[in-house]
Design a binder for this molecule. Sequence first.
Ligand code: DHE
Length: 521
Amino acid sequence: MKRSCLSDWIAVALTACALAGPASAEPDAAKLFADNCAECHGADRLGRLGPALLPENLGRLTGARAAAVIADGRAATQMPGFAGKLGSDDIAALATYIASPLPSVPAWGPVEIEASRVVYAFAPELDRPRFDADPMNLFVVVEAGDHHATILDGDRFEPLTRFQTRFALHGGPKFTPDGRYVFFMSRDGWVSKYDLWTLTMLSEVRAGINARNIAISRDGKHIAVANYLPHTLVMLSTDDLKVEKVFEAEDRKGNSSRVSAVYQAPTRNSFIAALKDVPEIWEIATDPNAPPVYSGFVHSHEKGMIEALASSQGLFALRRIEVPEPLDDFFFDPPYRNLIGSAREGRAIVVNLTVGRDIKQLDLPSLPHLGSGISWTLNGRPVMATPLLKEGKISVLDLQDWSLIKVIDTPGPGYFMRSHENTPYAWADSMMSAKKDTLSIIDKRTLEVVRSVTPEPGKTAAHVEFDRDGRHALVSIWDDRGALVVYDAATFVEVKRIPMSRPSGKYNVWNKITFSDGTSH
Ligand code: DHE
């Protein structure tokens, strides 16, 4: 009986199979990952030799783009192509798998951060650099194409060295106040300390799983790391990258949040961070004798009243400022008295840091990219200009009454703006448009576009940085076979072209450590 039942079942199953045609099993993406990817990218997808493969870290590298990298590999990296080994269904399944979020965010606290430390070298005591170029006029150039950085002599425009970085550096590297050390951050949360005087990588720690940006304190002793994953703001010692404190990013009711960005406010001796998912900004004292404001008052929107703040004073004392809505990125006025932050749908919110509350809401024509704002003085009044991310426009705002002075038209939406105290011009790109190859040069006195330059027709031109005295503007041709193009900042004539692999940002030591008005801070 038993046997006949079983044979009946087999017969039914075989018939069903025959009717359905050949079996078409779904690829087992988890197994494919374990067999082919885990060795380099980690069984947990958090990265090992290769980068983390998480949606937060991959950014726009998803879908067909991710499948193409899996199939063909990545030039100039250790990522091989899998097209010869895996079929297109397997590759598509892997692309989908790495774009799916992890079921839970793994712990990444002080223990994990400390365990990640890599020490390559110790910095020797030196009076001067081991080269004869001006250490104050060096450029650090991030080459995103093959994940390298070049250190460039800013007088001769000759590379001093070029070295491999962590995968996908993002945001501005930050310099110690003496200009000797520079800190890089990768989207995977690695913070790397590099000695510019000996041209040596010193040490690295992984401060998060997906990081946003870093800031350095006024005294150069502390680094703050803003993380998306996990929801933390991490304080590291710049000396040896040891963990000093990990703040869980949550509002006073305990709602957890990503950290949008963190910057140094030098005149306040503090870090200011915006939280992405809750309407709060934080001020964190980097002065062991933090001023009384930290035990002062903060405005509470919820309670509609001024509320006493029960916070301790001293190093890393936290001051919470409630804002009407979460801020994505922000910009300070030159005295660091106010910040202007971008909220949803093109709204910008001005927060006065002295009184600790918002004082103005502005409706800008479309989403402002405030992190790229620059400031200068126009007819005796401080002004700022910021590109808009969705329209070919630049908004110019009066920083005293926050009125919109002018909207300057450019050929298309752009991302970055730059100027320098010693030039009357500001340079802006249109990198997110059909005119991605063209930069607009704006006269800061008349607010008119006076020239445009196209370093290489058809190739994206973006991110400008000036040399120390503002005589040259360096522009990236954002292509795997790109270049850094040096222009005379007065005549707009090309002076030199240095081949590079998708150079993205470039950062001049002097402009950064002096907080030049024309550059990002
Ligand atoms: Fe950036 C800076 C956020 C996408 C290249 N970018 C920054 C900073 C923030 C930020 C908060 C300021 C860091 C600092 O200076 O400390 N960037 C974001 C985003 O939210 C966004 C839109 C989405 C994301 O994927 O993170 C984003 N950024 C990009 C890119 O797609 C760019 C063009 C290419 C890339 O490398 O990823 C890009 N971002 C840059 C660069 C800077 C930057 C080159 C440094 C600018 C500077 O001059 O300081």
